[in-house]
Design a protein. Structure first.
Length: 316
């Protein structure tokens, strides 16, 4: 088996050299191959993953060594191929990794050990997971609009200037964002399903809202949790729609939103979505992002893409 380690050199973890040196030592003792590929610019991780998937198919594993942006690119490169992705969370937020490893406090050393990269007994389970298809691109984690996109954008800027503060950058970003307007507008036409399996529509032109998260997984923005019960292979997307709130209402809601207690927030509606269309009210770019990466679309057509990606999970 060939393990292709796709490394983002500017990802948050500063101890990468020591980690990879130890992993290299292990691979010298086993028959599997370790190949290191370092990214140089946006889009490299996707291209590298796709190239190796075409060449080796199921006989290789693409190891994502970065943060959520690297995971996003590799998922796009591997969608609908036989090549699985394995995630070593070396970024700042590592929000998708929080879901698959079941903790908000990820220790990358423990993840590396659990997969066997330190002792040569490499083991994992490969399972197919869903993706979100949006305008032909793939989202593995969360697509969001409104307040959370502003927080994501500012949080990344803060983390870039002060890497040592890590995911706390997103918590710091909340304060200035809350000082601006919390009332946004979009047009929506959504195909939803309730908990009893009955289909219904949400249609507004426009929809007044504060934030709107459409989730394949659970966490985003450095650990906020709009979809605590999400399942990666159920063919459904969870959503959390927060109706307009005032500045003074926001502070007590933030801890609940972070902890995944959305059922306790009366301003938030939640449920399931299979597909939909979202477009701007003025023709300008939407205030939205996928997997923490802002997009410049003025219209997004999205749908669940069932079992589109093979992912490596820790053995139980």
């Amino acid at each position: 088996m060939k393990y292709i380690f796709v490394i983002n050199p500017i990802a948050g973890n500063d101890d990468k050299q020591r980690l990879f040196s130890r992993i290299k030592s292990t691979f010298r003792l086993i028959e599997d191959d370790m190949i290191l590929e370092e990214t140089a610019c946006k889009g490299d991780a996707k291209d590298i993953a796709h190239r190796y998937a075409e060449k080796y198919g199921k006989d290789c594993v693409i190891v994502s060594c970065g943060g959520d942006g690297t995971v996003h690119e590799i998922a796009n490169g591997l969608a609908h191929t036989d090549t699985p992705m394995l995630i070593l969370p070396l970024g700042t937020g590592n929000d998708f990794a929080k879901k698959i490893y079941g903790t908000k406090k990820i220790n990358v050393e423990n993840v590396i050990k659990a997969f066997g990269f330190y002792n040569g007994n490499i083991r994992y389970d490969v399972k197919p997971i869903d993706l979100i298809d949006y305008n032909g691109e793939k989202c593995i984690n969360v697509m969001s609009y409104g307040l959370d996109t502003k927080v994501e954008t500012l949080g990344r800027k803060i983390a870039g200037k002060f890497p040592a503060i890590g995911h706390q950058a997103y918590n710091l970003a909340i304060v200035p964002v809350l000082c601006s307007s919390l009332d946004y507008k979009i047009n929506v036409d959504l195909n939803c399903i309730d908990k009893e399996g009955r289909e219904y529509k949400i249609q507004h032109e426009p929809l007044d809202y504060t934030l709107f998260a459409i989730c394949n997984a659970s966490y985003y923005g450095g650990g906020f949790c709009p979809a605590p019960d999400s399942k990666l292979d159920d063919g459904l997307l969870d959503y959390a729609l927060c109706h307009p709130i005032k500045l003074m209402q926001a502070p007590p809601l933030i801890p609940k939103y972070s902890a995944g207690k959305i059922d306790e927030i009366k301003q938030i509606d939640s449920g399931y979505i299979k597909s939909g269309r979202i477009w701007s009210v003025d023709g300008e770019a939407l205030l939205g992002n996928c997997d923490g990466e802002n997009f410049d679309y003025n219209e997004v057509n999205f749908k669940i893409d069932p079992k589109a990606l093979k992912l490596c999970f820790l053995k139980g």
